[in-house]
Ligand binder design. Structure first.
Ligand SMILES: Cc1cc2nc3c(=O)[nH]c(=O)nc-3n(C[C@H](O)[C@H](O)[C@H](O)COP(=O)(O)O)c2cc1C
Length: 149
């Protein structure tokens, strides 16, 4: 079974806490069923999401995400085969964008599109080694699941 990692960036459309909570609820519910894990970084001007899982399930999830009207300008930044997950415990971790990531000005100037695969992966590796932010996580409990490696 082939496991892959996909990262995309997009611009939120109609961003607020309630919208974010509903996205996370839906994501965690579906992902737990599909054995998908990952992390969603959010800020008013940015969604940056990593999806990890079985190739066909990640692809079909990303196709649904592409059609979602709660964001625009979706750009696929990274798709690669992996041998181990960065977020094996998370059906979708949520993190607010951190001060060490791109500033809104840099994002507006297109910094993310020009980032290398290593830079993009490095952001998620750094987050995976940190404790998660508590914010919306209590609203949307995780479900136990069985995963491919
Ligand atoms: C920023 C963002 C991230 C999302 N992440 C996921 C996700 O990880 N998994 C998922 O199934 N849906 C995710 N969604 C929701 C999908 O776009 C779509 O609405 C949903 O998968 C449809 O599920 P349903 O057919 O069960 O209603 C996300 C949406 C947005 C805007």
């Amino acid at each position: 079974m082939r496991t892959m990692q996909l990262v995309y960036a997009s611009r939120p459309f109609g961003y607020d806490d309630l919208t974010l909570a509903s996205i996370l609820l839906q994501a965690r519910d579906n992902n737990a069923r599909n054995g998908i894990t990952g992390c969603l970084i959010c800020r008013e001007d940015l969604f940056l999401q990593m999806l990890e899982g079985q190739r066909d399930l990640v692809t079909s999830t990303f196709s649904r995400i592409l059609r979602d009207e709660r964001h625009v300008d979706v750009v696929n930044l990274l798709s690669s085969e992996i041998h181990g997950r960065l977020f094996p415990e998370w059906s979708m971790r949520h993190d607010p964008a951190q001060s060490w990531m791109w500033t809104p000005k840099e994002v507006a100037r297109g910094a993310i599109g020009g980032a290398s695969d290593e830079e993009i992966r490095g952001i998620f590796e750094r987050l995976a080694s940190d404790r998660p932010a508590p914010m919306v996580n209590w609203l949307t409990p995780q479900r136990p699941r069985k995963l491919s490696p």
